[in-house]
Ligand binder design. Structure first.
Ligand code: ZN
Length: 446
């Protein structure tokens, strides 16, 4: 996790099972509260008076001149991604790559020397997260940032060295792109591996689990590669799935699956029983069997599983009636309090980096989510599903300074989330027209 620029996993989310051995999870108990307190405490106070004036750039005090500049985004309506009500006339203080405080302007102490960023009459939302992509070395990633997608979750199909190198290149600034979370390789089992699905020369694109006894070794390899999630693909015996789920839980990694259709070598119930807490494309659900659909719905709600429906790509893949069955499921899932996250399956043909996530948000609203639920599907809920609540997907003390300044209110019209004026990732602004970093890159946080 250190290579990813931070060294803690958050609480809750998919990995609600007890965890012990993941190196990063061992850190979180001691590291996380201390950092949150240290970051938040100096900048929040209760009283409305004595707000220090905001100085213009260059007017920083001598003490702070030697440190990373502090920025204050002022006057915007803040939708922080946590599910809280919008905050008018807000202040967001960030320094380096982290947010130090966010809330009502009159309740936030603005540090002397802070560089003001005016957001009056505008809206500030968290950077968006595309929860289902397949990136390759050489993919033009700048479009993600231009359309406000500051994080993506890569779900395999790419050789391990390639994705590890790509993340390193992004984290170290050699490649301009979104924060990259990934599954390493997706996992399949043998038997019943079908060679027509996975030709032998494609073996580098996935990991084969030859028996349930392989589970810990497979997960260890993924953890060593910096994986954030375990992704199970089409071919997987139920025994191997159970062993893999147990090993993933032990390592503190959330597990999601795509069984490739409505039926397969395992179904959604088996996957959730094995510990999966996410489902891609609403796969593994036999929509012609109402009793099983009902059981899956109940199971997902009971275990707090996330649905990543990817409706835009389903529209291109399935007959209308099959998509409608999934939409109906989604409607009932959401009405019962289920959590939906937004993913696209870029670069499937017809999809565009960044743009397709905005299409997905519109599509989610069309399928019955409120504008607020759709926005949270690509922000706070996505951050929780990643296993990093409070770090990505929200604007709050301690989180990465990944946020967008937009025109209009996305809670009134979800398309407003695409009226993007300014994009910040890790406290660095990206200007869409020139694709350049505008603010100075801050030194890495301690
Ligand atoms: Zn996919």
């Amino acid at each position: 996790m250190a290579a990813h620029g931070f060294s803690t996993r958050g609480e809750g989310g998919l990995d609600s099972v007890p965890t012990v051995s993941h190196a990063a999870t061992q850190l979180r108990a001691v590291f996380l509260p201390a950092v949150f307190l240290a970051l938040a405490a100096p900048f929040v106070f209760a009283g409305p008076d004595s707000v220090p004036p905001v100085l213009s750039p260059g007017e920083s005090s001598p003490r702070e001149a030697a440190e990373a500049p502090i920025f204050a985004v002022l006057g915007g309506t803040l939708i922080d991604g946590t599910g809280a009500a919008p905050i008018p006339d807000s202040a967001i203080i960030f320094e380096g790559d982290r947010i130090r405080a966010a809330g009502r302007r009159r309740q936030i102490r603005i540090p002397p020397g802070a560089i003001a960023v005016d957001a009056t009459d505008l809206t500030v939302i968290p950077g968006l997260i595309d929860m289902h992509v397949h990136l390759f070395a050489g993919t033009d990633l700048s479009l993600f940032l231009e359309r406000g997608v500051t994080s993506v979750r890569n779900l395999g199909d790419v050789p391990l060295e390639e994705i590890v190198a790509l993340r390193r290149d992004i984290d170290e600034g050699r490649v301009r792109g979104p924060r990259l979370f990934h599954c390493g390789l997706f996992v399949v089992s043998e038997p019943p591996l079908k060679e027509e699905i996975y030709p032998p020369d494609d073996l580098k694109r996935f990991m084969i689990m030859r028996s349930p006894a392989d589970a810990r070794g497979v997960v260890r390899r993924l953890v060593d590669a910096g994986a954030d999630v375990v992704k199970v693909k089409t071919e997987m015996s139920v025994e191997s799935l159970r062993a893999l789920g147990a090993a993933a839980a032990e390592a503190g990694l959330p597990m999601t699956f795509d069984n490739g259709g409505e039926t397969g070598s395992y179904d959604a119930l088996a996957a959730f029983d094995a510990g999966a807490r996410g489902v891609e494309h609403l796969s593994g659900i036999p929509f012609d069997e109402p009793a099983t659909v009902e059981a899956v719905l109940k199971k997902m709600l009971a275990v707090g599983a996330y649905a990543d429906p990817t409706l835009v790509v389903l529209d291109r893949t399935y007959a209308r009636s099959r998509v409608e069955a999934r939409e109906e499921f989604l409607r009932r899932f959401v009405a019962a309090g289920g959590s939906v996250i937004a993913g696209t399956d870029f670069p499937t043909r017809g999809l565009t980096a960044g743009i397709s996530l905005h299409q997905e948000l519109e599509r989610l609203v069309g399928a019955g989510l409120s504008n607020k639920q759709a926005l949270e599907a690509a922000t706070g809920r996505a951050g929780r599903a990643l296993g990093y609540p409070g770090l990505v997907g929200t604007i709050e003390a301690g989180a990465f300074a990944d946020f967008l300044i937009i025109a209009g209110d996305p809670l009134k019209e979800i398309r407003n989330a695409d009226r993007i004026l300014r994009v910040f990732k890790g406290g660095i602004e990206f200007a869409p027209e020139c694709n350049e970093a505008v603010t100075e890159p801050a030194p890495p946080s301690p």
